[in-house]
Design a protein around this ligand. Sequence first.
Ligand code: SAM
Length: 280
Amino acid sequence: MTNGVPGGEDLSRREARIEKFYDRYGPAREWGRFETPIGQVRLAVITEFLRRWGLPAGRVLDVGSGPGRFALWLARQGARVTLLDISAAMLGAARERFALHELTADGYLHQSLFDLAGNGLAPFDLVLVLGGALNYYPDEMEAALRLLRGLLKPGGRIVGSVMSTVGALAQSLGVGWLPEPEITGEELLAVYRSGMLTDRFSEHRAKMLHAEELRAVLKRSGLQALDLSATNCLLSLPKPQLEALAARPEVYSALLKAEFDACRRNPDAGGHILFAATGT
Ligand SMILES: C[S@@+](CC[C@H](N)C(=O)[O-])C[C@H]1O[C@@H](n2cnc3c(N)ncnc32)[C@H](O)[C@@H]1O
């Protein structure tokens, strides 16, 4: 499963754990991530970002597609979409959703993104890697991005997202998360500085990023960042407040417009940092 990407056996083991985790976690919960009031804000921001950087879409590869929410949206805009995910459960649910909407995808690839090297796929206008699949591969992030860059047509784009160190920490604290008593302030500060989630903080070793780190890894991978955006900023509010605002559609839609702008001005602010990039 390693295809010459640094990481070797260790990478294979991590991929296998992640595959198991997502099969168990299941597509319904993953789909539900965007069904909450803050999820709806994020969905609006991501869709707006895709409208700006993903259309007209042409041939699209959705890497780590999960249950296919964004692939489906792009297919509805006329794109020809290939979905790829390491989890069979996620991919199966995506296939069902496409069928439900009487849409067809060009393919459903059950494999790791690291197995994409040299697999003979024709080049794509757009490669998606949304929702943070990249975060699970701290040591291979650059290799993964290089691999995805290699799948682009000239002038093609990658649109993706990674977990934001600032936004994810703020969100955890905002919902009342208190570190276990044995976790020290120094350890928390180390998480803030490095973005590294060790097994004391997460089931999977993962790296969250600051926007400047994301810009740097894109550059090292031969990619030029076209735009960065938070997934949520101004409207990172408690549920009752968001529900009250959503009940006033005129105010809510004005605030959403402000949100699109605020997210681009403050890419670190949300749970994820969105990026659009093209090969240099
Ligand atoms: C948080 S979900 C995001 C789903 C979708 N892209 C979205 O934004 O709603 C992350 C997805 O990445 C997939 N994934 C993780 N590592 C992967 C890998 N090495 N290759 C392919 N897919 C992977 C997981 O199975 C999971 O479905």
